[in-house]
Design a protein around this ligand. Sequence first.
Ligand code: PGA
Length: 260
Amino acid sequence: MASSLRKPLIAGNWKMHLTLAESVALAKAVKDGSANAPGEVAVFAPFTALSVVAEVLKGSPVRLGAQDLHWETHGAYTGEVSANQIKDVGCQMTLIAHSERRRLFHETDENVNKKLKAAFAAGLVPVLCVGETLEEREAQRTFKVLQTQLEEGLKGFAPAALAPLVIAYEPVWAIGTGKTATPDQAQEAHLFIRKTCARLYGEAWASGLRILYGGSVTPENVDTLMAQPDVDGALVGGASLKVPGFIRIIQFQLPAGAKR
Ligand code: PGA
């Protein structure tokens, strides 16, 4: 289901890295390196750096995102950050349910659902992360896990509300391990995600939905991953911290005869 309607999106997830000075330097390099990129570009910076990175990216097409949010608008939630605060600091996007949050910080599908609602209410574009662990893949449970994460996470929305949503397929076994999913494995999972979304909320929405691949994306493998018809972009962790490698990922090149 290739679609030229789906503008590719390459996003860097900086995780818990970088000082303010390092964040500013990297944001400048990403901004400069994004000129004439084939798709959209975004960076998900740590909360501490959002304000300075927003300043660097002002007026540029590079979009800024947070890595998580709380579902309430305000209140006594020490240590948390709301969607409105994220928007106020200059973000257009936010990650939700990264596997590190699911695995290390007990993120549940019920909370993911509330976070999605909060992001939409604030006008943020959420990138909902889904993906299976190695044990789940080896037990042939990949599709079941993806289905549950999608059904529970996306429960109860009016289809129109979901229009801005982006999904990131990030197999947990591929994150930070150097073990990338093969292009065929990525395509198979992305197609399953798109079909599940079509069943839940209709073909029209699902065919325009952008699904990013994440998990050990590098300058060496980005082109073949992006050539898959249902891979609409990449969510890049480790390799997004290094220039010029990340610039090469942003400037991916589709091999001749690619289907998308
Ligand atoms: P990685 O991380 O590229 O370092 O594997 C991807 C992610 O966690 O989003």
